[in-house]
Ligand binder design. Structure first.
Ligand code: ATP
Ligand code: LTN
Length: 336
């Protein structure tokens, strides 16, 4: 039997709830990938403190995010599902990789430039600047072959590959060079009120974001009020009709029907009909996810126990890689 390829991905616990974009763009594919891969999925809480944050909220959001991973189908018995800060090797490897990264190289990361611009560059922390180096460490610790991420993360995976190649050349073969596994553009979900921008945890568009933990009524209201256009035809055209195209994408992915059959079914009917049917489809997917999340949160001690057991599993792999790195860079081992 050949071993399954190793895979790793993560999300920041930067909001209390994940949204429909995270569900369709990340969790649905992760769930499928855990069947064919030796998968590691984590909650990137070390990354979450690179922007101003509130400690009680961070702790709460970390549990909430873990519960939503599990509720969406990430099985902690199949995948290793852990909290980043519970595996100390992430911070330790990041330090070593910091010393191999050029200042100019780090300065070219576009996500930093965008996020720093939002905060004002004086307010941006050095942690935000070195965020991609911590991310490189996440991936390299597990010798991951594949990293499923959205297109916006491609540059960070390229940096990871460069750092791994550089380390291997300087100190000897240590890291596996990971491949990006860029999730399809068709899985990209846009804001219901502003269908030119992607649905995002940090956007300020309360009516445009479908949170996984919204109740059924709130979700229905958001879908019924989604921005469309004056044309009235249910046709997929991303350029000319972004609002309708977005609704069709969500329907197609969650209902598992091709967009062309939706166009046929709804030909000659209005957007109201499309939206009503979509409300049903979204609720039949998100309803059970929401209920399961609430069940898991009702027993936080059990949830924390699952996370601890998974962190132990992650730690076994991560600490072995870190020990090799420490040895290769020339640190004096502590005698036992
Ligand atoms: P933030 O606003 O804090 O950056 P986000 O909502 O954009 O958060 P990320 O934490 O950047 O989400 O991404 C987590 C995962 O969810 C990534 O794999 C990303 O590709 C996916 N994802 C995020 N938003 C969407 C979206 N609108 N459509 C599809 N996938 C998405
Ligand atoms: N930066 C990623 C989250 C993330 C990640 C990782 C993804 C942190 N470390 C390692 C894949 C592999 C994001 O914002 N989506």
């Amino acid at each position: 039997m050949t071993a399954k390829p190793r895979l790793l991905s993560g999300m920041q616990p930067s909001a209390a709830s994940l949204h429909l974009g995270n569900y369709i763009g990340a969790l649905m594919s992760w769930k499928a990938l855990q069947e064919t891969h030796d998968a590691f999925f984590f909650i990137a809480d070390l990354h979450a403190i690179t922007v101003p944050q509130d400690p009680a909220t961070l702790r709460e959001n970390t549990r909430l995010t873990a519960a939503q991973y599990i509720a969406a189908g990430i099985d902690p018995a199949k995948s290793t599902l852990f909290v980043q800060s519970q595996v100390p090797a992430h911070a330790q490897l990041a330090w070593v990789l910091n010393t191999l990264t050029g200042f100019g190289e780090a300065s070219r990361m576009t996500q930093f430039k965008d996020k720093a611009a939002k905060q004002g560059s004086d307010a941006a922390s050095v942690g935000l600047f070195t965020y991609p180096i911590l991310q490189a460490g996440d991936i390299l610790l597990y010798q991951a072959a594949e990293v499923p991420v959205g297109e916006d993360q491609r540059q960070h995976i390229e940096l990871t590959r460069d750092l791994a190649t550089r380390f291997n050349a300087r100190f000897g073969e240590t890291f596996r060079i990971p491949e990006p596994y860029i999730l399809k553009e068709t899985a990209k979900i846009f804001d219901l009120q502003n269908p030119q921008s992607k649905m995002s945890k940090s956007s300020e568009s309360p009516a445009g974001i479908v949170w996984l933990l919204d109740d059924a009524k709130t979700t229905a209201k958001k879908i019924m009020r989604a921005v469309t256009d004056a044309d009235g035809r249910v046709v997929y055209d991303r350029e000319a009709k972004p609002g309708v195209a977005n609704l069709l994408t969500i329907f197609s992915v969650l209902g598992d029907v091709p967009i062309s059959s939706l166009e046929e079914d709804f030909a000659g009917r209005g957007y109201g009909d499309l939206k009503k049917a979509l409300v049903e489809v979204v609720e039949s997917t998100l309803g059970p996810v929401r209920e399961r999340t609430l069940e898991l949160l009702a027993d936080p001690a059990e949830l924390d126990r699952i996370l601890a057991a998974n962190a132990d599993r992650a730690n076994e792999v991560a600490s072995a890689t870190l020990a090799d790195v420490y040895d290769k860079v020339g640190f004096l081992p502590r005698s036992s």
